[in-house]
Design a protein around this ligand. Structure first.
Ligand SMILES: C[S@@+](CC[C@H](N)C(=O)[O-])C[C@H]1O[C@@H](n2cnc3c(N)ncnc32)[C@H](O)[C@@H]1O
Length: 257
């Protein structure tokens, strides 16, 4: 099935939507699966193969899917605000008692009160916290530090920019965008084309309209450096924090409580 014939009138095809979401995200991050693999390596190394996980800004539940495929004894709660991505997540994991979802705005100071538990072995997030500006992100990191148990971990895979290397950044960006242009010419869907497709799905049309009322096309945020993330996470209560993987544009940052 191609992305363009994914929509049906007989109920949404959740597996097809998951695949289509992955393809769209991989257009931006060809090494996305590598980031997930190292994230789960670090989870296993530090908290073992049966963790209680919070999938922060979970979207369609991409981290949860990879977590459970590798660690069947794990459990996961996904938190997000997007009704369309949450509809795909809920449809995909329906009937799986290891998984639950919570609708919450991570900028709301009370969002942790919506969770079933007040302590997690691992809080995991990917390609999401650049939707927040530094100040709300620092406040969120304080809440995350309270939710992670002593000895537990926080892992954030995201676009993190070092402003002290502007020429390197510009060259890397130009190369990355040239490759994206080529992939688009070969048929890849970008963010806005993907959402146009979701709006055509009879099941996703309503939630998609609501997500545009919440976010518009995309929320505005910052992509501070890995050093900024590590420093703020230590200030907020983590004992250690540093990158455990990086590409020319992205970093996977690990913080240990
Ligand atoms: C690009 S998606 C990534 C989803 C998933 N982690 C993945 O890797 O496929 C970014 C997610 O962050 C969520 N997000 C952004 N700001 C948020 C907020 N303030 N509260 C809750 N979720 C938020 C969006 O709704 C979206 O699902």
């Amino acid at each position: 099935m191609t992305d363009t014939d994914i929509t049906t009138t007989a109920g949404a095809d959740w597996a097809a939507w998951q695949k289509s979401w992955d393809r769209q995200q991989e257009w931006y991050m060809p090494d996305r699966e590598e980031r997930f693999r190292i994230m789960l390596d670090m989870v296993e190394a530090l908290v073992g193969p049966a963790p209680r996980v919070l999938d922060l800004a979970c979207g369609t539940g991409s981290i949860t899917a990879r977590l459970l495929a590798r660690f069947p004894e794990a459990t996961s709660t996904g938190v997000d605000l997007d009704p369309a991505l949450l509809a795909i997540a809920e449809g995909s994991f329906a009937g799986d008692e290891r998984v639950s979802f919570v609708t919450a705005d991570l900028k709301d100071p009370d969002w942790p009160t919506k969770l079933l538990y007040d302590s997690y072995d691992a809080v995991l997030t990917a390609t999401a916290l650049h939707w927040l500006h530094r100040e709300p992100l620092a406040a969120l990191y304080g809440q995350v530090a309270e939710l992670v148990r002593d000895g537990g971990v926080f892992l954030n895979a995201d676009h993190m920019i070092d402003d002290s290397t502007p020429r390197i950044n510009a060259a890397e960006r130009a190369q990355r965008h040239a490759r994206m242009d080529q992939a688009k010419a070969d048929g890849a869907l970008d963010w806005s084309e993907w959402w146009q497709l979701a709006a055509k799905d009879p099941v996703l049309a309503g939630p998609t309209a609501r997500r545009f009322e919440i976010y518009g096309e995309h929320a505005d945020g910052d992509a501070p450096s890995a050093q900024w993330h590590a420093r703020v996470l230590r200030e907020k209560g983590f004992g250690e924090a540093r990158p455990v993987w990086c590409s020319p544009s992205d970093t996977l940052l690990l913080a240990l409580k």
